[in-house]
Structure formats: structure tokens, C-alpha cells
Design a protein around this ligand. Sequence first.
Ligand code: GLN
Length: 493
Amino acid sequence: MDIQELITRPSSEQRKALLNKEVSDVELVNAVYERIDAVEDKIGAYNSLTKELALETAKLVDEKIKNGEELPPLAGIPLALKDNINYKGTYTTASSKILENFVSPYDATASKKLKENLIPVIGKANCDEFAMGSSNENSAFKIVRNPWNLNKVPGGSSGGSAAAIAAGEATISLGSETGGSVRLPASFCGLVGLKPTYGRVSRYGLIAFASSLDQIGPFGRNVEDVALLLNVIAGHDEHDSTSLNVPVPDYVQGLRNDLKGVKVGYIKELCSDGLQSEVAASIQKTLEIYKSLGAEIVEISLPLIKYSVGVYYIIATAEASSNLARFDGVKYGYRTKNPENLYDMYIKTRAEGFGDEVKRRIMLGTYALSSGYYDAYYKKAQQVRRLVKNDFDNAFSKVDVLVSPTCPYTAFDIGSKVQDPLSMYLTDIATITANLAGIPALNVPVGLDSNGMPIGVQLLANSLNETKLLNLAFMLEDVVQFKYDTPSKMLVK
Ligand code: GLN
């Protein structure tokens, strides 16, 4: 296979070519950089490239292959790392001007694990500033374009992590989730993307947005790649007190289990009104596939889901207003020129360093936490959050997995929602609840709409049930046979 084609395939094919010595890893990684030279101008998936580091890792992989040593399953597979995850010696900007020249002095735990598994990091992927957004139009540096149609958004906030794979500029990637930021771009770009159970993956070294919701998650061209990457990053970490101290199963093992007797629920409130008709049809098709594979289909009502977006935008902004207090021009990054005094320095640094959406979140969150309003907003939101979790507990006593659209519609036009934050926030209506409840959820691409844009289905499972989730996703993918490499072919034509 031609190497430019090989880089658009899933990791299993690339690994085979490496182990059979058809290509070296240095050649594979260089081929990805050639591809980046050819298409990145149109896409904008990366904030910075880390070529020297990637080639160092690739050389190590080649050395081991030459010596006949065992290689970890994803060794040598090109990865894009979201630019809010620290990787020692690289720029880590969270797509914000306030961190424009910040170089990571240490590795996030996820990054450390990438290194231990000899996974070359191609570059730091563009995202919405501090992961706040649903379209990747909030990056301080440049927007990301959807490789399926350059006039459409790739979804956010991990838009670069998704677009990089769809455009053939990486094979796998890591993003982060607070309210859907892996699943939404996966849905808009025709990829598999997973938000793990809260605490399954260490948050150490991930720039905090809303600490009770944040979680790092993997993207891939297929379910197997996502399972393999979850194997790499999952596990307890003494540096993160919210990481769970429970054993990590092998997520690849259970992929092919048959679905006889499995109960699949569809979420009534998310599968009825307000859906693009082709999205609604895809849900029906998905349920029929599961039925034909032996699963039982059940309707599940989650009546509190309608409060999720409201609850999320109180809790997430409250936590963000506190987390982002650290960016004050003293400890990190950008500092205003010629301030009059210390107070003036704080004010001007933050006014000049943060973008509009980040400022909006800080103001909303500060308001929700202020005395006199705390009980009415923040406390109330926490109470409703608990009730949302109860709804899920109840649902998972009846079914193994829940199904819904990942988003009510497919990728929208660049610029079409920037003036209307509320409509932008509502894009996350189907994804946000999983973050509030701490449960795992993923996106599987299942088809295209009449404009040729990918449609994604969301699967949700109970806490720590990633194995079941990936199993159901794998079985669906096997029937659907989604053509994930369409955009990488179109882009070089
Ligand atoms: N779109 C949501 C927000 O802007 C979720 C972002 C995320 O998951 N990081 O807050």
C-alpha cells in the first residue's frame, strides 16, 4: 500500500506494515508531516508541531523492531494531542493568548503514558480557548475547518484533534471533555470518540476548565483504536485524587461479544422532537441493527434531561471562574505591557489575554457563586445534577446501554452560530448529561446526511462500563461499515 494511503488507515494496518518491515516508523511519521504540509493550510488542526520529538520516538520504535523486541500495541502510531494537555518541552496554550508562549515544564499523566507506549506525538491540536465552545471558532489563533466540507465547523472544543484524523494528519488523538468536547467533534467529523467515566483517566496535567466534569478522551477511525488508546491512558494516578483506584480491564478483549439478551434503551426525550430528519432516521436504523443482532429495545424516559444545559452552564462556569483565577500575569504566560500598578496589571493582563467567550464564562460563574445568588443558582444546580444522576441510575437498572443522537443536527456552517451563544450552547443538549452524571459515553458514525456530512449516534453506559459501550459500538460499526477516509481522499484530489 502506498504510504500516503497507509496514513489514512486505522492503527491495525499501520502496525502490520511496521512489523512486516514494509515501512519504518520514521517513514510513517515523515509521511504524516508531508500530508500536513499539503493540507494543513486548509484545515488548521494544529497550533504547533512537535516534529523533533515525534521522530525521536519513531527512531526508538524502529530500533526495537530491528532488534525483534516486543512493542506496545500503539507503538509508532501518529497521535495528535489537544493543546490543553501538558507535554514536556512543547507549547501548551489551550488556544489562548494568555498562554501563547507557555512551554510545559512537565508531562501530564496521559502524556507520560503515551511516552511509555512509544506513541509519537505529531503536534498540539487546536481547540476552543480553554476548551470552551462547540465549534472550534473560539481559538485565539485560528479556526479549524471540517475536512468533510471546509465551510463547516468540525465541532468543539476538541476540533483540531478530530479534524487532524479526518484529514489524514494523525491516526489517533486525545481530546478533553467537559460537556461533549470529544463526542461532538467525533460526530461532526465521522470518527469514534469516547468520554470515559469520570475518574477513569487521570486529569493531572490537563488544564482545568471545570474540574468536576473534565475528562481526557480518545479519538480514532474505528472502535478498536479508541479501545486501544483507552487501554493506554486509563488507570489510577496518585497525582489526581479524583482518579479511581479500580483495575483497568483490557478494553479490546470484549469488543466482539455477541449481543444476545443485551438491553438497549433509547432516550425518549432526545430521540423525538427537534431532530434533523436524517439524524432521526439514523437512530431508527441503529435500533433496528441492534434488534437484528439479538438485543432487546426498550424506551427509556429521562425527564430531567431538559434541565441539563442550564445546570451545566451554572456548574461549569462556576468552576471555570475559580480555575481561571490562576491566570493573572504573575505565575504564567502573558503579562500586559507597562501597567500602572499591581492591580492594573491583573486587570489589563486578563482583559487582553482572555477571549470573549472565556470572559463570558468567568462573569457567569462569578455571578452564580456570589453571595445572595449561590443558593439560588449554584446550590440548586448541584441538586438537580444529583437528580439527573438518579435518573440514569434508574435507567441502568433496566437497560445495559442507552442510545441517542450525539447532536440533533450535523456540522453547521462556519460563522452561523457565533453571534448567538445560546444556540451554540444548545448544540450540547445530548452530550452534557453524561458529564453531569460522570458516566461514559461515545460517538459512533453511522451514515451521511444529504449534504454528505457525517451523522453520529451516541451510546451511554453506567459508570465504569466502558467495555459494554465499546462492545456495542464495535458491533454497530461492523454492520454500518462507515467510510471514514472519504475526506482524506477528497483533500488531495
Ligand atoms: N461546548 C461545551 C462548552 O462550551 C463543552 C465543552 C467541553 O466539553 N470542553 O462548555
